[in-house]
Design a protein around this ligand. Structure first.
Ligand SMILES: CCCCCCCC/C=C\CCCCCCCC(=O)N[C@@H](CO)[C@H](O)/C=C/CCCCCCCCCCCCC
Ligand SMILES: [Ca+2]
Ligand SMILES: [Zn+2]
Length: 275
């Protein structure tokens, strides 16, 4: 029982050398890149989930409180995924690996359950409550299956990004708003760089070790965090477009559209009733 918690008991070991900069942190850069970016991104994403309320601070969205339940749940799940990822790289333990993978799976489940536009529900699903049950069952079954071959899970999880890409592509075909096209293009660019770094670290490790630069997995952490920063407002934008069209969502950048470093968010054009 103890061995599944012990250092280096995981099925995978990333290219970065172990215990090179610390005696208690197995992969220093992979762990700290979480700390540098994931946590900040989590804070940023808090920013971009809240803007649902920004145009009329104190306003309410169909009776949702300032920080709605689905926002809080998505936010907490993202945060937990970050914490478990850090624990995994710090210990490279079997439990750490499973926590890292399962927290991503459950975060995706939460995001899909609460933000997936109804228009894309399978025909047999009549409402969000049924969809929630469906996602719950799929997630529980996937959780049980994930124990079969944990090293394979990360590949499956990465494939979910292709579904998000497919949905984005379907939406872009219908949408003429240049801001949406621009945000999707930027998201895809960062995701492309992220997945390239992930694959490069996994498949070409001996090459990076030869040139003494085994840091591509830490790049992945930074890059996937940035692509999520664009993915979240896009998903929220599509959700509101379908489910609350009267709020006229608009993609904006904080602090301003012209700044070189920006945080994208969703603004609601229409003033709405007070809570
Ligand atoms: C309203 C918001 C809706 C947003 C929907 C997106 C929900 C995102 C859900 C989970 C994201 C967590 C991803 C961070 C992963 C961090 C942990 C990590 O890096 N683990 C690795 C080992 O350390 C492991 O090998 C990685 C496994 C694969 C993770 C794949 C995650 C895919 C998430 C999709 C991101 C979409 C971005 C843009 C898509 C075009
Ligand atoms: Ca390593
Ligand atoms: Zn990682």
């Amino acid at each position: 029982m103890l061995s599944i918690f012990s250092y280096l008991s995981a099925e995978v070991d990333w290219c970065e050398g172990n215990f090179e900069r610390s005696t208690i942190i197995a992969e220093y850069y992979n762990t700290s890149c979480f700390w540098e970016t994931r946590d900040r991104t989590t804070l940023f994403s808090l920013f971009l989930l809240i803007p649902l309320k920004l145009p009329g601070v104190g306003g309410c969205l169909h009776g949702e409180p300032f920080l709605s339940f689905r926002t809080l749940l998505t936010q907490s799940a993202l945060f937990l995924a970050g914490v478990f990822s850090m624990y995994f790289h710090m210990t490279l333990s079997y439990v750490g690996q499973l926590l890292d993978e399962l927290s991503i799976l459950w975060t995706l489940a939460v995001a899909y359950s609460f933000w997936y536009p109804k228009v894309y529900f399978p025909r047999c699903i009549k409402n969000r409550k049924h969809f929630l049950w469906l996602s719950g069952v799929i997630t529980v079954v996937s959780t049980l299956m994930s124990f079969i071959k944990p090293a394979f899970n990360a590949y499956v999880l990465n494939c979910i990004a292709f579904h998000l890409l497919y949905l984005t592509w379907r939406e872009l075909k219908k949408c003429k708003d240049k801001r949406v096209h621009r945000m999707a293009a930027v998201m895809v660019m960062w995701w492309g760089l992220a997945i390239t770094s992930w694959i490069a670290d996994k498949w070409l490790c001996s090459l990076w070790q030869t040139i003494n630069f085994p840091y591509f997995h830490s790049f992945w952490h930074v890059l996937i965090a940035i692509s999520l920063l664009y993915c979240c407002p896009l998903v929220i934008y599509f959700n509101i477009t379908y489910e609350m069209p009267s709020f006229k969502p608009k993609l904006e950048y904080w602090p301003s559209n012209s700044w070189p470093v920006v945080v994208p968010y969703v603004a609601l054009e229409q003033p709405h009733k007070q809570c």
